[in-house]
Design a protein around this ligand. Structure first.
Ligand code: FE2
Ligand code: FE2
Length: 259
C-alpha cells in the first residue's frame, strides 16, 4: 500500500501545484491513497465547499485540517456531509464534522485522524496524546494514519515515539516548513512536518515585504498571499500488506523551476 501525504495546501498557487504534480506522482509511485492538509486551501485560510470538491476531483481521498478549519464560515454549509474531511479532534468548536474517517482501500480499513498540538495553539481543549489513545481504543482499523497539526517539533516528535509501533504513520503539519527527519520507528513512518504546497517566495505563504513590515514596525498588516509559483511538499509512505506496518518513507519536495 502506497500512501501519499501532502502538506498544507496554501491558496490558489498551492492548489495549482497539487493539480499539476499529483497525477504525475500517483503514476510514478503507484499511489493507492492520498491524504492532504487543506486548512489553508481557500486563499490561505480555511476551506470552502467549492474548493473541497475541487480537491476531491484532483484525487485527494482524505483532507485533514488544523487551526484554520473554521476560518471561513462556508465550512458550516458542508462539513457534516464532507466524508473526506477530518478536523482536529481536540480543538473547539468540537461538534461540527468528524475527526477520524475510515476508508477501505485494497481490502484494508484505513483510519485517518486529525489532531492539534497543545503548545502555542489556541482553542485546544484536550491532549492529543489522550485523544489518540481513545481513537485506538474505539476505532477498529487495519492501518492508522495521524496528521498532528502543531507548532513545535518537540511535541510532534514525542507524539511519534508515544505511538510508534501502534500506528502506521504520524505526519506533522502547520509550520509550512518541511523537516528532513523522515524515518521509520518500529513500523511507524514519521516526519515532523510535511511542509506546504504554496508560494515558494513567501513567509510560509504570505507576502514577504508585508511580513517584514509586520515584524519591524507596529503596523497591522493584512497577511496578503504571496504571488508566484508554488513549492510542492509531501511524503510517500509504503506499508507492508501483511504486517500493516510502514516499511519506507520518502520525502518529496518539488521547487519551482530555477529555484
Ligand atoms: Fe497551515
Ligand atoms: Fe495551521
Amino acid at each position: 500500500m502506497n500512501i501519499l501525504f501532502i502538506g498544507d495546501i496554501v491558496g490558489s498557487a498551492g492548489r495549482e501545484a497539487v493539480e499539476r504534480y499529483l497525477p504525475v506522482l500517483k503514476e510514478q509511485y503507484a499511489v493507492d491513497f492520498v491524504v492532504a492538509n487543506a486548512e489553508n486551501s481557500a486563499h490561505g485560510k480555511g476551506i470552502t465547499k467549492k474548493i473541497y470538491h475541487q480537491l476531491c476531483e484532483m484525487g485527494i481521498d482524505v483532507m485533514t485540517m488544523g487551526n484554520h478549519t473554521f476560518s471561513k464560515d462556508n465550512i458550516y454549509t458542508f462539513i457534516e456531509e464532507a466524508d473526506r474531511l477530518v478536523r482536529p479532534m481536540n480543538m473547539e468548536p468540537l461538534e461540527p464534522g468528524r475527526s477520524t474517517v475510515v476508508k477501505t482501500v485494497k481490502e484494508k480499513r484505513i483510519a485517518v485522524t486529525n489532531l492539534c498540538g497543545e503548545v502555542w495553539m489556541n482553542n485546544v481543549v484536550d491532549s492529543p496524546f489522550s485523544c489518540m489513545e481513545e481513537v485506538l481504543e474505539e476505532i477498529d482499523a487495519d492501518i492508522y494514519l495521524v496528521d498532528i497539526h502543531g507548532e513545535t517539533t518537540s511535541e510532534k516528535i514525542a507524539f511519534t515515539y508515544c505511538f510508534a509501533g501502534r500506528v502506521a504513520a504520524v505526519v506533522g503539519t502547520h509550520t509550512h516548513v518541511q523537516t528532513a527527519d523522515e524515518r521509520i520507528i518500529d513500523g511507524t513512518a514519521a516526519i515532523t512536518d510535511l511542509g506546504m504546497c504554496g508560494p515558494y517566495t513567501s513567509v510560509i505563504g504570505r507576502d514577504v515585504d508585508e511580513i517584514i513590515t509586520r515584524f519591524t514596525t507596529n503596523e497591522k498588516t493584512r497577511f496578503t498571499m504571496a504571488q508566484g509559483s508554488a513549492v510542492f511538499c509531501g511524503a510517500l509512505v509504503s506499508i507492508d500488506d501483511f504486517s500493516n506496518k510502514a516499511v519506507s518513507i520518502e520525502r518529496i519536495q518539488i521547487r519551482p523551476e530555477n529555484e
